[in-house]
Design a binder for this molecule. Structure first.
Ligand SMILES: [Zn+2]
Length: 469
């Protein structure tokens, strides 16, 4: 059976067109402009009327943490609940992480994570490989993951000494491997050693309210790490480098500077840095401020971070918006270890709201509809080796969202689908709403109702990015 999406405006990263879309066997079969007559439905066609709506590629969220075991607790969305919430918000692909901790084995960590996700996801999914202990064996094993498992990206940490931290020598070795293989190196860029000193001093002085989470992680220490990562990537032979959750003007300037030197550097930001702030959110104190403890931290609204990040998205200094979805319930998890910022699990849940929250940049005039599609779908697909995703084009996977640009909604814990007892965006009134979501041509969400099923999502074997190699 053919499925037709008719009377909508198809928006891709490279332009928009009033057109009808035909889907067959899970792929886009044809896109026919209305000016050329559109598509005339046959008696057996399933027809979805998208009058007044945007028809956009399904979102690709390249940075999520479902059921992440932090050692003391586990992030509250399972692969099933988190991928279901993502689908409701118009995201049809997620990339999570398998995590090798210091001293651990890469291949075992990968097998373990595959087993956790297997049979759970309602949308397509992939994995990046975290390297928490870069040594000879870890690098050999990671290289083998490209061919064996279709893992084309690693993640390194310049923060969290003792847990996930790599020193500059370890990072250089990993980046050399990336330069050699074409793997993308995602880097959490914050100077973890310096931050730990500031945290220790703040706690000793009794400064333990949630806002001190941000005050002990100043933007200078993010910028310094971005700069250092860029230098190391160049020295390594121009390794593909991707800065995760970039939060500050300072760090953005370093990305721009590194790009001007020819560094293969890309960066993502997240909705929380575009919409939330140190004063308004972390500044609420206990208990609610704990909900906003994440790293990198929320920044001051009195600086120009948010305006600079929107501008960075507009002019492609920032390539991608991911969520870094890492939800923890407020009472049972965030506050379980006591009221001191340094013992609160780090993370914000938002996988469901990314398309909507970035769309507010269209509403406000910061970015175009095309750019919205690009940073939410096209660019992450291109950078992370998913050429079958991120565009509405003949032959690609029929992952698609019918988006009502005029609908109003209020974000709330009462209506979201994440397994989370609060919402970081509680009460926020926004314009724009997902109406219908298709994955491989199947309607999985329509009018707020869910029609998907656990395990219907496919594991995505990824190649190294053709954009860079
Ligand atoms: Zn993360």
């Amino acid at each position: 059976m053919r499925t037709l999406i008719v009377n909508g405006t198809v928006v891709n990263a490279d332009g928009r067109l009033d057109a009808d879309v035909a889907i067959e066997n899970g792929r886009f079969q044809s896109i026919v402009p209305k000016s050329g007559g559109g598509i005339v439905p046959g008696p057996d066609d399933r027809v979805i009327d998208a009058t007044g709506c945007l028809v956009v590629p399904g979102g690709v969220d390249a940075h999520v943490h479902m059921q992440l075991d932090t050692g003391t607790t586990v992030s509250s969305d399972t692969f099933l609940s988190g991928s279901t919430a993502a689908a409701h918000g118009g995201t049809t692909t997620i990339i999570d992480f398998s995590e090798q901790r210091t001293g651990g084995n890469v291949l075992q960590s990968f097998e373990k994570r595959m087993a956790e996700a297997e049979g759970q996801c309602v949308i397509d999914w992939g994995l990046h490989q975290v390297l928490g202990g870069v040594d000879e064996q870890a690098l050999i094993d990671t290289r083998s993951l490209i061919e064996r498992e279709g893992v084309a990206s690693i993640k390194l940490f310049m923060a969290y000494p003792g847990r996930l931290y790599s020193d500059d020598g370890q990072i250089l070795r990993a980046l050399q491997m990336c330069a050699d293989t074409g793997m993308m190196a995602m880097v959490h860029a914050e100077n973890g050693l310096a931050i730990d000193v500031l945290v220790e001093q703040a706690v000793a002085a009794g400064n333990i309210t949630p806002d001190f989470h941000s005050r002990t992680r100043p933007p200078e220490l993010e910028a310094e790490a971005v700069h250092r990562a860029g230098v190391l990537a160049r020295v390594a032979g121009n390794a593909p480098l991707y800065i995760v959750h970039l939060s500050s003007s300072h760090a953005l300037r370093e990305v721009v500077e590194a790009r001007s030197r020819g560094t293969n550097i890309f960066a993502e930001t997240c909705p929380q840095y575009l919409h939330l702030s140190l004063e308004d959110h972390l500044g609420q104190g206990w208990p609610n401020g704990a909900a906003y403890i994440c790293s990198t931290p929320l920044r001051s609204k009195h600086d120009h971070h948010q305006a600079d990040l929107w501008e960075g998205l507009r002019v492609d200094q920032l390539a991608v918006v991911s969520t870094d979805h890492c939800p923890f319930c407020l009472r049972e998890q965030k506050l379980a270890n006591g009221e001191s910022f340094n013992v609160v699990p780090n993370g914000i849940g938002g996988v469901e709201h990314r398309m909507d929250l970035v769309y507010q940049g269209v509403v406000a005039g910061h970015i175009s509809e095309e750019r919205w599609v690009e940073v939410c779908a096209t660019a992450p697909a291109r950078l992370f080796g998913l050429p079958q995703k991120g565009a509405i084009r003949e032959g690609l996977d029929a992952d698609l969202v019918v988006y009502d640009p005029a609908a109003k909604q209020t974000l709330s814990q009462a209506t979201h689908h994440m397994n989370l007892d609060h919402s970081a965006y509680e009460g926020m009134d926004i314009t724009g709403k997902v109406r219908t979501v298709l994955s491989h041509g199947e309607v999985i969400v329509d009018g707020g109702q869910f029609f998907g099923a656990a395990g219907r999502g496919r594991y995505l074997r990824r190649a190294v990015s053709q954009h860079i190699r």
